[in-house]
Write a protein that binds this ligand. Structure first.
Ligand SMILES: Cc1cc2nc3c(=O)[nH]c(=O)nc-3n(C[C@H](O)[C@H](O)[C@H](O)COP(=O)(O)O)c2cc1C
Length: 164
């Protein structure tokens, strides 16, 4: 199986767009745009996030033991682009885009998200280029149920709403 065929097939898989955030042990916030996130189980409430170890979050979250999965609304596409490295902003500067608060764990939580899942890290599993963060959800923040979700498919941002 070659990487290009795998990537071509994966491009067709629609994903909810999130920004996974963390805060380093010395207090620096970091975030990364990620679609490779998933509910793990409701008992205990837990999620997984698959993050490249070359990213700030992939390096910091296994040490800090905390992360927050922020599921973006369609209007938050600029936040997704910023945390995907598509602007000149780097590191903590990226939090200038969007309205951010501190979640209970200290990881940044995005105002107006569809939902946010503030997690204590249970396990960090290395696989090839990525680390799988397994998080036990400490608290959820539910946003506006009527907000249109931000979705990524075919290499483009879109939404699930029919009127899009
Ligand atoms: C729609 C979209 C989804 C992405 N999903 C992931 C993902 O699930 N995991 C990941 O590690 N990177 C993902 N990326 C790539 C990171 O957002 C990108 O590498 C980012 O620039 C990393 O930031 P940093 O290296 O400055 O920390 C995604 C990018 C986009 C645009």
């Amino acid at each position: 199986m070659d990487k290009d065929s795998f990537r071509a097939a994966m491009r067709q898989v629609a994903g909810a767009v999130t920004v996974v955030t963390t805060r380093s042990l010395d207090g620096e916030p970091r975030g990364v745009t990620a679609t490779a996130i998933c509910s793990l189980t409701a008992d205990p409430p837990s999620v997984i996030a698959c993050i490249n170890r070359e990213t700030w979050v992939g390096q910091i979250a296994p040490e800090s033991g905390k992360f927050c999965v922020n599921v973006l609304a369609r209007v938050q596409q600029p936040v997704a682009e910023t945390f995907a490295g598509r602007s000149a902003l780097a590191g903590a500067e990226r939090f200038q885009v969007g309205e951010w608060q501190d979640a209970e764990t200290g990881a940044p939580v995005l105002d107006g998200s569809i939902a946010s899942f503030d997690c204590d890290l249970e396990q960090a599993v290395d696989f090839a280029t990525h680390v799988i963060l397994i998080g036990r959800v400490r608290k959820t923040v539910s946003g506006n149920p009527d907000a249109e979700p931000l979705v990524y498919v075919g290499g483009a941002f879109t939404t699930t709403h029919a009127a899009a």
